[in-house]
Unconditional design. Sequence first.
Length: 56
Amino acid sequence: MESSKCDKCGSIFKTKHYLQEHMKAHDDPEQHQCYVCGTFYKYRSSFYKHKKKTGH
């Protein structure tokens, strides 16, 4: 399996898909917003963890 590296920050990802998701965070760091509390999340995974933890 070939890893992929982010040209902007040097982070390394297992797949190109993960790198593509990561690059979205560089382009729009506040792309995921909780519509209940208004909090913004850089990564989709962080947003889903918030939803699971808070029940939003």
